[in-house]
Structure formats: structure tokens, C-alpha cells
Write a new protein. Sequence first.
Length: 323
Amino acid sequence: MGSFDGGAIPSDAGALLLGRTDRAIKLVDRFASCFTDRRRPELIEHTVATLAGQRIFGIALGYEDLIDYDSLRHDPVLAVLAGKLAARRKDCAPVAGKSTLNRLELSKPQPSSSHKISYDAAAIDKLFVDLFVEAHQKPPQQIILDLDASDDPLHGHQEGRFFDGYCDCYCYLPLYIFCGLHLLLSRLRPSNIDAAGACAERARIVAQVRAHWPKVRILLRADSSFAREELMHWCEENRADYLFRLARNTRLLREIENQLAAAAEENGKTGRPARRFKDFAYATLNSWSRMRRVVGKAEWLPPKETKPAGDEDANGQANPRFI
């Protein structure tokens, strides 16, 4: 009788390319070295390197929930990536299920009787920047560090749960720092803050980069939530350029009202988007310690076929921006 079940055929064979990349940069082993395992060695089936590799490769493949690994622990591709095609004990799979992986997920900086796997947060942070530096054959003349936050919606009553009016949901607001395609920082935070934590993280990353590339020019780029006195003052005192968006207000709009009127007139004649720019000195009434250079874009756009409520003019719409 023939069998048509196909056997153990994986659908994620492309993950083997990720394994080749990992062998080149040794990400999994270096990440695993940031943990300390105080479990009894003779009772361990799955090492920290196996657990860390499972989560890194699994998340890259779209398996974010730990419950997925009760099936994936039998997946031949993950076994190949872990370098462990068979388990030491007969009642185990080659790689770990959700309960064992949960011990890594719940690890803490300090070990305890119930959390025997601990981690070194500073070593993990340093690894991200080390990998970024090693990706360059020679020091670049300039790097641009992009600071951003992104909402992570919550659907229960998790610790640190707050409602964010801009995102219109209960969420966390993780902080990210990128340089091009390279992730230098990912920090989970509650959503009742804006740029909190950015100064300390930025200073650490800049110091680590300059230890390798002392002459590199560094530009920080971010939206208006990061345009705070502490962050801008640090940049000015530490040879770092910055380009931050400013939220519009009546004082800023008055600075470009002539340019905005000229853009609206041009748009009325041509029917096409019109732009004017103005460079001026500006300071907030209370929060900034000094005048700073601001560039305003006075833009007037053609009317939309379906106009949303609140458009500023029936014949077009203003779109001012400030940095």
C-alpha cells in the first residue's frame, strides 16, 4: 500500500540561508554567551544556545508565539539549525518546546531558585553595536542614527499598560535606534512616555561607535517627540548633529505665513503642489535653553477629490512642516 503523507517535509527550508548567515557572524553563539545558565548540567537537554537559536530563527520565520514550538520542536529544519538532529533522551525532541523556552523568556538579570537562567543586559546591548561595526570593512565618513518609537498594542491587562491617545489603543511604546538596515537598540517601554530613555541610550551607542571610529560624523534623526532640550543640548555638547521634526504651533506658522500665501497663489495658478522654504532662528517660550535654527516648509497641495473634514481651504490645503 502506498503512503502519500509526504513524511517529515518542512515548509521553511529557506531558513537554512539564515543558518549560513549565522555561521558567518556567529550571532546565536554570541547572543547565548550573554546568558548564564545555573541549571544542573546533567539534567539539561537543551542548552541556552539551542534555546536562543530557536527563538531567533523562529521569530525570523514568523513563529512569535511560544505555543507554536510544541509542534516546531519536531521540525527538522530547526533541528539542523540547532546542530542537534537527535535528542540525548528518548522522551525528548531535538529542540525545545514551549515550557523549556519559557525559562529563557522569563530569565532575569539576577538568578533565583525559580529563574536559573540569567542575562547580562549590558552585554546584549553591546552586541547589537558590535555587529553593526563589524559589518563595515572600513569606517564610514558619516552615520545617521534614526530614533523612533512604535506602538505594540495590548489586548489584556499586562503590567505597564497605558492608553496612548495618538495610537488610540492600550499599548507599549518600544524605543528603536537604527542605522540604515542595522538595528542598534530595541527597548520595551510603557506608552505613558515620549522620548524618555533616548538620551542615555544614544550616549551609550555613540560612545561605543566612536571607540571604533573616532572621526566618524554622527547625525541623529527623529520626529517631534524627540525634539527635547536634553537631547538637543547633549548633541551640541558632544559633536553630534541632529535633525528633528518640530510639531507645528501658531508661532511657527506665523514665521512662514508669507511663504504659505505665495505657495497658495502659485498652486491656484498651476493646479500643482507649490512649496516655499524659510530658514529662521527660533526658541520655545520656556523649555529650550537657547535659540536654534529651524527650517520651515510652506507647502500648498491641490484639493483632493474627496476632502476629509477639517481641510483648511476649499480650493486646496496647506501642508506646513518644520525641522
